[in-house]
Ligand binder design. Structure first.
Ligand SMILES: [Zn+2]
Length: 338
């Protein structure tokens, strides 16, 4: 059942949302902004349950009425979710999806006094879709509440941002993530390690657990170790690229993120709290001059961007590995080599 007790962290935000629901002051259009996996979607679903519940208690859904059951089962007629459609090359929300939602929103709510619409991944709306949504938010159908979820508020149209109240969802602490993992019966030692590398996102910690994320970090670590020992032959780069071509784009994105965090740890070991304290000894043996680390981090950011285009994953992986290797071997002169 959807309950605030299931949301990890965000105590002040929960209090605020509950108060608004209880006092019937919930805004007509709101943006939940924060990183992937920090609880925005669950919070939005709990809000929907509480807003549609027949017997809400102080901003909490009762959990036992028909509405609560239907929202939890995602079959409530007054609860509508728009999500990005994913193809092999792109993820976005199309204008057709927004139009479909608008047709639904123009109807009178069926079971409840209001309708709740969640748009998950609002930054993934293309321009036409965003403009179409804007029209609805400017003149919202009465009794309709929009909850936009985004990992990148600044990517939304300014006109949409200005018409929505924004609620920020901060990153979770490592101990919050660790405790939540342990309560889901993850082994304490694994929970500790996952919590450290999840970067404040419980969703990421779960994904890492399920997708062998520790293994992805291991690949990232192994890659940098080989490069810094000059053991990464071009042949091996092409072999690794071929293996990575079977990965999802999300998995390659995780790999890039791990490389970035490891580089940051190597560079700032003595100043900043490390992302990967459990492998500090291995990291201390990777010797890369600071200047080259910055170039590598720049390259990682650039390839993260390219990953969002339609580029072929295998070519992208090979180009990235080749670039990092060249930066290590030749240093700053390679800043412009692709
Ligand atoms: Zn209820």
């Amino acid at each position: 059942m959807l309950s605030w007790e299931n949301l990890i962290g965000h105590a002040a935000t929960i209090d605020y949302l509950k108060k608004n629901i209880a006092e019937e002051k919930f805004p007509h259009a709101v943006i939940f902004s924060g990183e992937e996996g920090v609880g925005k979607r669950l919070a939005a679903e709990i809000c929907a349950a509480a807003l549609l519940c027949e017997n809400p208690i102080d901003g909490n859904p009762c959990g036992s009425c028909e509405s609560c059951h239907l929202v939890a089962a995602k079959s409530h007629p007054d609860f509508y979710v728009v999500e990005a459609e994913e193809t092999k090359t792109a993820r976005n929300i199309k204008i057709g999806q927004i139009r479909e939602m608008q047709a639904e929103a123009s109807l009178i709510p069926i079971n409840s006094a209001r309708r709740v619409i969640i748009i998950d991944g609002a930054e993934l709306m293309n321009k036409a879709a965003a403009n179409c949504l804007l029209k609805t938010i400017e003149e919202p159908p009465s009794q309709t509440i929009f909850i936009l979820l985004t990992t990148s508020r600044s990517s939304l149209l300014m006109t949409i941002r200005s018409r929505c109240m924004t609620i920020n969802f901060d990153k979770l602490t490592a101990s919050q993530i660790r405790d939540a993992l342990i309560s889901r019966e993850v082994d304490a030692q694994e929970a500790e390690r996952l919590a450290v590398i999840a970067g404040g996102s419980f969703g990421r910690a779960l994904k890492l657990k399920d997708s062998g994320g520790i293994q992805i970090r291991e690949t990232a670590l192994d890659t940098l170790e080989k490069i810094s020992r000059k053991e990464f032959s071009n042949e091996e780069i092409f072999k690794t690229g071929a293996e990575m071509s079977d990965w999802s784009r999300d998995k390659f994105s995780d790999f890039l993120t791990h490389v970035q965090k490891i580089l940051r740890d190597i560079c700032f070991a003595e100043i900043l709290e490390p992302y990967n304290p459990d492998v500090a000894e291995r990291l201390s043996k990777i010797k890369i001059p600071e200047r080259k680390i910055f170039l590598m981090i720049e390259a990682g950011a650039e390839f993260h961007k390219r990953l969002k285009s339609n580029a072929n994953l295998r070519l992208l992986a090979e180009a990235y590995l080749m670039k990092v290797k060249k930066i290590y071997q030749r240093g700053w002169q390679c800043g412009s080599i692709n």
